[in-house]
Design a protein around this ligand. Sequence first.
Ligand SMILES: Nc1ncnc2c1ncn2[C@@H]1O[C@H](COP(=O)(O)OP(=O)(O)OP(=O)(O)O)[C@@H](O)[C@H]1O
Length: 274
Amino acid sequence: MSVESDRDVLVRIRGLHFRRGPRVIFDDLSLDILRGSVTAVMGPSGTGKTTLLKLITGQLRPDAGSIEVDGEDVLRLDKAGLYRLRRRMGMLFQSGALLTDLDVFENVAYPLREHTDLNESMLRKLVLLKLEAVGLRGARDLMPSQLSGGMARRVALARAIALDPMMILYDEPFTGQDPISLGMLVSLVRQLNDAAGMTSILVSHDVQETASIADYLYILSQGRIIAQGTREQIEGDDSEPVRQFMDGLPDGPVHFHYPASPLDEDLRSPGRRR
Ligand SMILES: Nc1ncnc2c1ncn2[C@@H]1O[C@H](COP(=O)(O)OP(=O)(O)OP(=O)(O)O)[C@@H](O)[C@H]1O
């Protein structure tokens, strides 16, 4: 990656090491997320993409390395500092369900009521603007149970941007969507990023759709970055693990199996419960 000036980099990760028990998740990972970009983080299941997002938001602490967000050293922030920083990061996780007993309007209003002292008329304007941005201003009175899966995801998106975050982190935002709804969500991610001058980090298994809107892509595998670059650069990368991942080939050097002792060894140990 070319050397960028400090001002251009919103998230700077250097020498990141992180383990879960004996399992190494990151082994000396370094990456930059540029301001204003949509950056995709992709890789096989279990490779640590969600973990990376949690490290960036300070929900997890690495064993070694540094994580800077907007010039702040995440690992040195106290609780109040982390709270302030997190308020500036919108998050849209696959599990980020809507509050089922609140209507669409109140779901989007929720973070504004929690974190600001806006009066009702200001709050209403902001909620309607966010809903307009995702095309659902007319759906404000519906309850979550009345929404399609794609609409629910868009309401969650409006809620994630309610506080005008500098950055939004998406973890599998398109999962379970039909192709039309997926296409709409994908272009919405790009539009919102550009219209609001945000920065987006997008973790997704929908390789082609994600690549179509990403300015820059990282492909992770086994604790490391195995490829990075623009879509064109990744598409021109002939290495086997990259092609296996990008082209969705079922077999190849990217491992399908979670590390384990050999199967025959396991089967020949009748004394073991597990
Ligand atoms: N709370 C936890 N305790 C122990 N291990 C965990 C925990 N959460 C995740 N892991 C392990 O850390 C590794 C990385 O998990 P992570 O969820 O970050 O992967 P991922 O790349 O986001 O996967 P997927 O694409 O399937 O969502 C996995 O091997 C997982 O089993």
